[in-house]
Design a protein around this ligand. Sequence first.
Ligand code: URA
Length: 231
Amino acid sequence: MRRLDQLLSSLGYCSRREARGWVAAGRLALKGAVADDFGAKADPADVTVDGEPLDHPAGLLLLLHKPVGLVCSHDGREGPDIYSLIPSRWRQRNPSVTSIGRLDKDTSGVLLLTDLSPLVHRLTSPKHKVPKVYRATVDRDLSPDLIAQFASGTLLLDGEDAPCAPAILNLLSAREAELTLTEGRYHQVRRMFAASGATVLTLHRARFGPLELGDLPAGQWRELPLDFFGA
Ligand code: URA
């Protein structure tokens, strides 16, 4: 049970102060009867705004095909961001909708967005070892020796003490590879290839756990059931 003014502000409709005005204007109903107390506690399922049920009161889980050119940060100073791709009401939610892990500005592919903070923690925790599959093109021919090097669990990235966890490298052509990681360090794919002298030219995340993009176009998202990864 949540207060009506809190419900509206946390779901991104308006501020708490504005919510009081919405109630005074008779825009909210509780079980079909116009609500007159903005402090009344209600089950979100019983509330309507302008006759419509509340917008995803239990939370959001989205699969986004991140395009290149957008950052995952909420800080506007870092440039255009992925949050411009979702409806403005969802951008106003609190807890806010945030990406589960991040992709670089120049990386495209599978990115999950949610306002369910426990899910963010669960899926980004190194304990859970969610496999993520990346496709990279690089600026020089890749040596098959890299397969054993990446799989060894001994590769040290510049400036780090702990070696990378074992990773699976599949060479697709001389300068194209698929890399499966179970961790998510800063710029990890680019830095792993850099350790062998190769520069990543394009990077795309093809899979996150069981999720692939299918025919979802770049810049588009689709909803996933909130219990997709278990309750
Ligand atoms: N590794 C990178 O280098 N960049 C990404 O965006 C994701 C993984």
